[in-house]
Design a protein around this ligand. Structure first.
Ligand code: Q9C
Ligand code: ZN
Length: 665
């Protein structure tokens, strides 16, 4: 199953016809450079090209009023003066004789995308459209938007395909107030938006863009606003909000479809956003959504006004939708204080609606309105100070070309065990390094161990070597003794490989203390028994009451502990070991594999016991890049597990800054 790309040059055929400083950044080239970049990188060719269509009146009326539609319908016949006058009743938007036509195509493109994904013609896709949509309201244009493309698409998906729950992720740097208003009282559509806010000083300057607008009536809890109160937010600020707000809530919600308001004015270099997140962050944001809703992700372009950063960000998004491993999430620092304040406020505002946030810390001052005044005052004090126009924040290097290894997934399996055709059977027995073989024999094999075990271990080592050389992306090895194989590959990595290794061990069993003090390995073990080994920065036993068999507790420890530490650690290789009797079910296991592939450029080596054969199919499928099946709506974690995760977080947040969820005073 492929990735749809929906684009039509016709949508470049309108522009601003008079002088308006507020609108001059919204140019036709936004679309041409994005599309050309996809063509030049070969990505357009790899996508399934789907034609746009014109939205019907009925489509438009899913969200907009008849009066508004009738008004917009007259714009193609207006004189320049009439267009300017029509424009005047709205904020920061312009009309053109061809914009009504383009606006119908922009909706039609979004609906074609939903159709392609919902009928299974493709797995996911992106629509490159103009005009954007997320600011437009029932009866008003706004912020370059005429009709609300994504809101219409979400209603359409519900109506046409009986989709029960839609998640809308709005990573554009502006608040999509049009989307918020549309679904405010609707619990079937969860709207998440982060946006430059600056305590209501930034456009559209609405009180209701703040974190305490959580939705109304039955929709309470289904509107999640993350206001950025400072500019220059970095990759770690964005990721932190994904790990500690969006993803836990999204997994609890369990959407059947994910729509993305994919604006790239949240990227570095954008004159509107003034943020510092680099284009490669969109590979990760995209990747982290791709195991929701069985992989049904529809991205629709919104803003993005720096043509260079826009084109790069679009490429990162589409390449990730195509299934290529994401680049290493390098140099993640601590989220900034202002971001942590926002994070804490959002988590606190939503704790009554989402069980995953129930134990979130309260606001520092316990009173939301006191906090908001305090922060605003702080800001005004600062104002006289630095207006420094440092260029460093506007300069970045183009993300390096993402080279996918020739072999996606290699497997080492006993004879007779089958797996998907796309996997490559791997064996190093043709050319084993005699030194390695001797070392293996001496260190790991007891008398009586046969040559089969030796061959498996040397293949395992060979696989790790080829993964480091980027000749193979991921691997699956079935072994007799998981603990021993894990020790073997970790020691090999420590001595022969140059990369840091993240070891994730699922299930009980002694994990030899191979955590080096130098941080060459980071070991995270999920089990139901208290570990006898000493915890440290690099050995993290996550003790869950029922191990991995209680799904909510396990998922929340993956999202809230494992991923933040993993991203900050930035390993070159992930070793994932499933102990016998781990109690993990296939779909949870697949979620874990899917999420971990955001690390180490997808270099993940999975170890399982020989007789766990039933799981080979699902494991191989996940390693090949297929989306994990949805887990369904999650219930509350066991209180003991919440306690365990929170106490670990507190113990570790000094070492691992991405674990922080509160701002220090
Ligand atoms: N300094 C979207 O990104 N304000 N719309 C412009 C210029 C309006 C943005 C002020 C920004 C609208 C889809
Ligand atoms: Zn925007």
């Amino acid at each position: 199953m492929g990735t749809a790309l929906i684009y039509d040059e016709e949508m470049t055929k309108y522009k601003l016809l008079w002088v308006d400083p507020a609108c001059k950044i919204e140019v036709p080239e936004r679309l041409t450079v994005s599309h050309e970049a996809l063509v030049e990188t070969g990505m357009a060719d790899r996508c399934i090209s789907i034609p746009v269509r014109e939205a019907t009146d009925a489509d438009i009326l899913l969200v907009h009023s008849e009066e508004y539609l009738e008004g917009v319908k007259t714009t193609p016949y207006m004189t320049l003066e009439e267009l300017q006058e029509f424009t005047q009743q709205y904020g920061d938007v312009y009309f053109h004789p061809n914009i009504y036509h383009c606006a119908k195509l922009a909706i039609g493109a979004s609906l074609q995308l939903v159709d392609s994904v919902m009928t299974g013609k493709v797995r996911n896709g992106m629509a490159l459209v103009r005009p954007p949509g997320h600011h437009s309201m029932r009866s008003a244009a706004s912020g370059f938007c005429v009709f609300n493309n994504v809101a219409i698409a979400a209603r359409y998906a519900k109506q046409q395909y009986g989709v029960q729950r839609v998640l809308i992720v709005d990573w554009d740097i502006h608040h999509g107030q049009g989307v918020q208003y549309c679904f405010e009282d609707d619990p079937s559509v969860l709207y998440f938006s982060w946006h430059r806010y600056e305590h209501q000083d930034f456009w559209p300057q609405l009180r209701e863009s703040d974190f305490d607008s959580v939705g109304k009536m039955k929709g309470a809890g289904f509107n999640v606003n993350v206001p950025w109160n400072k500019v220059k937010m970095h990759n770690s600020d964005y990721l932190s909000v994904f790990f500690h707000v969006l993803l836990p809530v999204a997994y609890e919600f369990s959407p059947d479809l994910v729509m993305v308001c994919a604006g790239f004015d949240s990227a570095i270099g954008d004159p509107e956003g003034e943020m510092c997140a680099t284009p490669d962050i969109f590979a990760h944001l995209t990747h982290l959504l791709m195991n929701l809703a069985g992989g049904k992700v529809c991205a629709v372009l919104e803003g993005g006004y720096n043509l260079t950063s826009l084109a790069q960000s679009v490429c990162q998004t589409v390449q990730t939708l195509l299934g290529d491993p994401a680049p290493r999430p390098a140099n993640l620092g601590s989220p900034c204080k202002s971001a942590l304040e926002s994070l804490q406020c959002v988590r606190s505002a939503h704790r009554q609606y989402w069980t995953c946030l129930k134990h979130a810390a309260d606001l520092p001052t316990s009173d939301i309105s006191t906090k908001r005044i305090k922060l605003k005052e702080e800001k005004e004090k600062m104002f006289k100070g630095e207006q420094d126009e440092s260029t460093e924040e506007k300069v970045w290097t183009q993300p390096p070309k993402r080279v996918t290894p020739p072999i996606r997934t290699a497997v080492v399996l006993p004879d007779g065990v089958t797996c998907p055709d796309q996997c490559k059977r791997f064996s190093s027995s043709a050319d084993p390094d005699p030194l390695v073989v001797n070392k293996l024999r001496e260190n790991y094999l007891k008398d009586g161990d046969d040559s089969n075990a030796l061959a498996t271990l040397s293949s395992l080592i060979g696989l790790a070597d080829k993964m480091e050389k980027n000749e193979i992306c991921s691997g699956l090895v079935l072994v007799r003794d998981v603990s021993m194989a894990m020790m073997c590959v970790v020691q090999h990595a420590a001595t022969a490989l140059s990369n840091r290794v993240l070891v994730v061990c699922v299930g009980d069993g002694k994990v030899q203390n191979y955590c080096s003090q130098d941080g060459k390995t980071l070991v995270v073990q999920f089990s139901s028994r208290k570990s006898e080994e000493e915890e440290s920065r690099y050995y993290i036993p996550v003790c869950l009451k029922k191990g991995c068999s209680d799904v909510p507790g396990f998922i929340h420890s993956i999202l809230g502990l494992l991923l933040p530490m993993g991203y900050e650690y930035d390993p070159g290789l992930v070793v994932l070991a499933q102990m016998p009797d781990s109690g993990i079910c296939d779909s949870v296991w697949q979620q874990l594999i899917g999420l971990l592939q955001g690390l180490a450029q997808g270099h993940i080596l999975v170890l399982m016991k020989e007789d766990g054969r039933a799981c080979v199919g699902p494991t191989a499928s996940s390693l090949l890049g297929n989306a994990a099946p949805s887990l369904g709506q999650l219930h509350a974690s066991l209180p003991e597990d919440v306690e365990a995760v929170e106490s670990l977080r507190h113990r570790l947040e000094g070492y691992w800054k991405l674990l922080q969820t509160t701002a220090a005073d």
